[in-house]
Design a protein around this ligand. Structure first.
Ligand code: UT7
Length: 329
């Protein structure tokens, strides 16, 4: 099952806006408390972009670092995929805006929308496109300005999310961690579990939709919590089965950073010590598609992953979507 020539991560980068807001500060804005947020989620603070900063600006900063880290020339990149649910605008794609900002060639660019699983979906898609031989070097980005779609009057959601971007340069030529396998899935039976209903073709923007706050993220937190644990466990087990591996052979799990209790439940269900899980959600909250690349980038900068070790990246998100990726550092 392992591809003959695996795709490798040649370099990575990430960016969080400097304005960090802790729980106590947030509790001045909405009816919440540091104690509630900390004990129910593990989040202590999150970073919020400036009003004039859009998702492509966050993506740009992360991409510049990733391209530098990969030591590739910008003209070598011939594919750009941006995973996001908070594009700069409905169209054109944020990937096209990013291409221009970075001064890349007139190469293929598109956005991919799989919510918090988006970055891992994008790695899977990039791997397939590289395997076709028609592309040789891809910039894969997960970037979100979640603060732009949060209802700052809804304490059940606004305390959970933050803004960030993470980027990877991937290719089948060169050196770096190998992507050994992918497992993506989705269940579209109940979109209302986590959605932003307004602004699409089903509910175009009107003054009424704005008054009803339909342009903000809405979530059934309890149901998402239960599904998250179930689908991430299944994705990890299916991925390992495909590769005739077991959890004992996995050194690190880098999960989507939504809630510390979700991570603990996943660890219990997979019967893996929590120490194997890399978490940074205390600092950044849930940054959706940016969450996994931001975590990998931070982990590698802290030298948590040793060459040759095996990791599983796993995420879930609106859709519901889920995705797991096997990596050898
Ligand atoms: O990337 C995917 C994104 N989504 C997620 O990963 C979210 C998954 N779900 C969760 O993380 C959890 O369900 C939440 C953190 C959202 C909520 O935690 P919970 O333990 O499931 O709380 P709950 O929704 O059952 O609410 C418990 C109580 C409620 O009050 P009552 O009805 O018991 O009186 C809420 O109104 O907590 C109240 N509450 C709050 N209180 C203070 C909800 N949000 C807050 C808040 N501050 N921010």
């Amino acid at each position: 099952m392992i591809p003959l020539i695996p795709t490798r991560i040649l370099g990575m980068g990430s960016f969080v806006p400097p304005n960090c807001v802790d729980n106590t500060e947030l509790s001045k804005r909405v009816d919440t408390s540091d104690e509630w947020i900390r004990t129910r989620t593990g989040i202590l603070e999150r970073c919020i972009a400036e009003d004039d900063q859009a998702t492509s600006d966050l993506a740009f900063e992360a991409s510049v670092s990733a391209i530098r880290d990969a030591d590739v020339r910008p003209e070598e990149i011939d594919l750009v995929i941006v995973a996001t649910i908070t594009p700069d605008m409905a169209f054109p794609a944020t990937a096209c805006l990013l291409q221009h900002k970075l001064g890349l060639g007139k190469v293929a660019c598109f956005d991919l929308e799989a919510a918090c699983s988006g970055f891992l979906y994008a790695l899977d898609v990039a791997d397939g496109m590289l395997a076709s031989g028609r592309y040789s070097c891809a910039l894969v980005v997960g970037a979100e300005k979640m603060s732009s779609i949060l209802d700052w009057e809804d304490r059940t959601t606004c305390v959970l999310f933050g803004d960030a971007a993470g980027a990877a340069v991937v290719s089948k030529k060169g050196k770096g961690p190998e992507l050994l396998g992918f497992q993506c899935g989705a269940d579209g039976s109940d979109p209302s579990l986590l959605h932003k209903p307004g602004g699409g073709s089903r509910m175009p923007a009107t003054s009424e939709t704005i008054l009803k706050r339909e342009h903000f993220l809405k979530m059934n937190g309890r149901e998402i919590f239960k599904s998250a644990v179930r689908v991430m466990e299944r994705a990890v087990r299916e991925l390992l089965d495909k590769h005739s591996m077991n959890m004992k052979e996995v050194d690190h799990v880098i999960p989507h950073q939504a809630n510390a209790r979700i991570v603990e439940s996943l660890a219990q269900r997979l019967e893996v010590p929590i120490e194997k899980f890399f978490c940074n959600l205390d600092k950044y909250g849930n940054t959706s598609a940016a969450s996994v690349p931001l975590a990998i980038d931070q982990g590698r900068k802290e030298k948590k992953f040793t060459t040759g070790e095996v990791g599983i990246l796993v995420a879930f998100g609106a859709g519901l979507t889920w995705s797991a990726t096997l990596v050898r550092f």
